[in-house]
Write a protein that binds this ligand. Structure first.
Ligand SMILES: Cc1cc2nc3c(=O)[nH]c(=O)nc-3n(C[C@H](O)[C@H](O)[C@H](O)COP(=O)(O)O)c2cc1C
Length: 207
């Protein structure tokens, strides 16, 4: 087995890292109005000694903004806000990937912008409650099961968010496929009761 010094350079795909320390994604709920800001730039700058930072979960669309004060990467002001952060990290030799996190049913309308929808693989409510700034703890709602058109639309939102990430100066994108958010809501037979191309056996749930 080859042993590496944790402070030696490494590569993540084609991205060169100054060391092998990677900061895990952590939701911080500091993006007032869902727009990345100077406080967040300071937070990431303080941690730029890591070879690679994965950002907090970031919504690819208004429907993905389930938690209070999480950032998005679908509007121009959000892209401009992220530029502050990627610049701060790059200025000290760090690299940074944005984590795209669509919350799906882990959401509440009190946290979401007007006109957005709480969507999931199927209309199955998550157990438990979540924080909302206006009404404190609230039960998770019953989400809308996505139509196949919505599925295609949501996929396009991820693509567009990834393109925005490149515009904002990110070195890469991580898709959040775990922890009960939208992508995992499709993977799990508990939350995915579909019987179309996207539900049933594991192959279809992964599609
Ligand atoms: C406050 C907090 C926020 C988190 N937010 C995210 C997140 O946005 N995305 C994610 O993939 N994981 C998130 N996590 C999970 C951490 O990334 C995870 O704890 C980390 O990978 C370390 O794993 P461990 O807790 O098993 O050691 C969060 C964890 C904490 C404590």
């Amino acid at each position: 087995m080859k042993v590496y010094n944790i402070f030696s350079p490494a590569k993540a795909g084609s991205v060169e890292l100054k060391n092998r320390i990677v900061m895990a994604p952590m939701t911080r709920c500091r993006a007032i109005g869902n727009i990345p800001n100077k406080l967040m730039a300071e937070y990431y700058k303080q941690r730029c000694g890591a070879g690679l930072i994965i950002t907090e979960g970031t919504a690819p669309s208004p429907n993905g903004l389930g938690y209070a004060r999480i950032p998005g990467i679908f509007s121009k002001p959000q892209v401009e806000g992220w530029k502050l952060i990627t610049t701060a990290v790059h200025d000290c030799g760090g690299k940074i990937f944005v984590q795209l996190m669509h919350t799906g049913r882990i959401s509440h309308r009190f946290n979401m912008p007007e006109g957005s929808h709480i969507i999931s693989a199927s209309a199955v409510k998550a157990a438990g409650q979540m924080w909302t700034d206006s009404e404190k703890m609230q039960d998770f709602p019953v989400p809308e099961g996505m139509t196949s058109e919505e599925l295609i639309h949501t996929k396009a939102e991820f693509v567009s968010a990834a393109k925005n990430a490149m515009t904002a100066g990110f070195d890469g994108v991580e898709l959040h496929g775990a922890n009960g958010y939208l992508l995992e809501q499709f993977l799990s037979p508990v939350s995915n009761l579909r019987n179309d191309l996207y539900g049933g056996n594991i192959e279809k749930r992964c599609r």
